[in-house]
Design a protein. Structure first.
Length: 139
């Protein structure tokens, strides 16, 4: 079943058949109401995390095109959010991944990341490799 019925939207995704409702607060209120200050901070950091993820994906460019899985962007965004949380020097709403990556814990989190969850890097690349994080951020 696909479509909308009584305020419910039915659709099919890679995860199967799903249903959702329309709702929420309008954008103008979120962007101006003092009650949504924390939401605006989260939106700002989310946008920065998404840009950082794109930088990383673009840095590995052509190698990634045939190797990624369909959930790469969301998995990477989740990881980068954890790394961003390691930024203890910036104020909330302005924390960023690059500062988090300067910590040893941030580097360790990124080190274990696979671009394809069904084909971990160690199972398909049998050569040693390193990632220069400074090079990625300068692109």
């Amino acid at each position: 079943m696909k479509g909308t019925l009584d305020g419910l939207t039915f659709y099919k995704s890679k995860d199967g058949h799903l249903v959702r409702t329309k709702g929420g607060v309008n954008k103008k209120r979120i962007m101006t109401d003092p009650a949504f200050a924390r939401t605006r901070e989260n939106l700002s950091e989310f946008g920065q995390n998404a840009k950082a993820g794109k930088l990383i994906r673009d840095a590995v460019g052509l190698m990634l095109n045939n190797a990624k899985d369909s959930k790469l962007s969301s998995r990477m965004l989740q990881l980068l959010n954890s790394i961003k949380n390691l930024d203890t020097t910036s104020e909330r709403g302005k924390r960023n991944v690059q500062v988090g990556l300067n910590s040893m814990e941030g580097k360790q989190l990124l080190k274990g990341f696979d671009f394809n969850i069904q084909a971990p890097m160690a199972s398909v690349l049998h050569a040693s490799y390193t990632l220069d994080a400074q090079l990625v951020w300068s692109l």
